[in-house]
Write a protein that binds this ligand. Structure first.
Ligand code: PMP
Length: 410
């Protein structure tokens, strides 16, 4: 029997509307989404086969044995509920609160840790906890390129302020000027992707004062979302300071994907500091959001592993050596750059104004970097230090040839 004869004929008038929601269509048309998709499609084969891949913060080395053993151990059930639905598991919360408290010298409480599927979900949860559709969210350029989709998906309005590109510091005056009576959130990312800057305590203090004064001016509280997945990726023995130490109305988003260089294993959290006023009113709201946003809790396996995952990290010294090797070698070739203090990246001024053309000249030499245009700050390119040592050594002649070609010696 021909089944198609049984199907109702499509109604032309009904089917002229787009097949996706306006929100989904808007997300799909964000220029950076399109750029990244195009980049991945165009360079897919090259990335697989040969290239020195400095694009994303992905591992190019075998995972640490301890990481693998930890996951394997966490897989062994200790009771019949081992793989039951897990919300914010107590042992995981306790371990995370203790470790974060130790790092920042702030006594976080376990019930203020909300476990999520990585940093993405922690940021989305933070935004939806405090902001309503139509509210404005300020973030700095160059940004992590997925703030904008997360903001739009929550029905919020992105407002962008470019950093001081000479010092890589936040433009506090610019942030102040961007605040309107609709502002609800300012996102701060330190250690910063892509600049590698760790914002100093004085700057964070001035930001806190600014937000306090601006909240009073507009007559409603502005929250700070501190996106700090790299808070353990810090070089030269520097002490990391979080905005939570300075501004009580801060929601802290964290991911274990950087600490263990394992972004495919999705676990992180949103944390509220003990200084956050009215936390008792926020707790039930956050718990409900976690379910309603699609059960954004990490898998049971990762929750069981978390207390052990808190005890170690990837080899930061090895990352720092890669940073040192690249900063020195590129510096000798004539690249003028800022030495990152933390995170996974070098954000290097492009020797020619057209950063896309410069990145392409590297692609032709099998070296893949991301042009600054992807971070809405043309004139730079980003190198990820998660490339391995072999890639770094093989890439150096290409970096040298590319700068020589673009800046002819007189
Ligand atoms: N924030 C920043 C600044 C990041 O660089 C990333 C990951 N690249 C995230 C958040 C999200 O982290 P995850 O993928 O582990 O959720």
């Amino acid at each position: 029997m021909d089944e198609s004869t049984d199907m109702a004929a499509p109604d032309a008038a009904v089917d002229t509307a787009p097949p996706v929601s306006a929100r989904a269509a808007r997300l799909a048309s964000i220029p950076n989404f399109l750029r990244i998709e195009r980049f991945i499609n165009e360079n897919g084969t090259r990335r697989e086969v040969s290239a020195c891949d400095f694009t994303f913060g992905n591992p190019h080395q075998m995972p640490d044995e301890r990481y693998v053993t930890t996951l394997r151990d966490a897989l062994t059930p200790q009771n019949d509920q081992w793989f039951a639905y897990q919300t914010n598991g107590e042992p995981a919360r306790e371990a995370a609160a203790e470790s974060l408290g130790h790092l920042l010298d702030v006594p976080f409480q376990p019930e203020d840790i909300y476990l999520t599927t990585g940093g993405f979900a922690a940021i989305a949860l933070a935004l939806k906890t405090v902001a309503d559709p139509g509210d404005e969210v300020i973030f700095s350029l160059p940004p992590w390129f997925l703030y904008e989709p997360l903001i739009l998906e929550a029905g919020l309005v992105p407002v962008k302020v470019t950093i001081n590109t000479a010092t890589f510091d936040l433009d506090l005056a610019g942030i102040d000027a961007a605040i309107t009576e609709r502002t609800k959130v300012v996102i701060v990312n330190t250690p910063n992707n892509p600049t590698g800057r760790i914002y100093p305590p004085e700057l964070l203090l001035r930001l806190a004062e600014l937000l306090e004064a601006a909240s009073a001016r507009i007559g409603r509280r502005i929250y700070l979302v501190s996106d700090e997945p790299y808070n353990r990726i810090v070089y030269d023995g520097l002490r990391f300071h979080s905005p939570v130490e300075f501004y009580p109305y801060t929601l802290l988003a964290y991911s274990y994907g950087k600490t263990h260089l394992s972004p495919g294993e999705r676990i992180g959290y949103l944390a509220l500091p003990p200084t956050m006023p009215r936390r008792d009113e926020m707790r039930p709201a956050i718990n409900s959001l976690q379910v309603a946003m699609g059960w954004v809790y990490p898998n049971a396996l990762l929750q069981h592993a978390l207390p052990e995952l808190e005890k170690f990290s990837i080899d930061i010294g090895r990352l720092q050596s890669r940073r040192d090797r690249l900063v020195e070698a590129l510096g000798n070739m004539g690249y003028r750059m800022w030495q990152p203090e933390g995170a996974f990246y070098l954000y290097v001024p492009s020797p020619i104004p057209d950063d896309v053309a410069f990145a392409e000249s590297l692609v032709h030499r099998d070296v893949l970097v991301l042009p600054g245009v992807m971070f809405e700050t043309p004139g730079f390119f980003r190198i990820s230090l998660t490339a391995n040592e072999d890639m770094i050594e093989r890439s150096l002649p290409a970096f040298e040839a590319a700068i020589k070609e673009s800046v002819p010696r007189s």
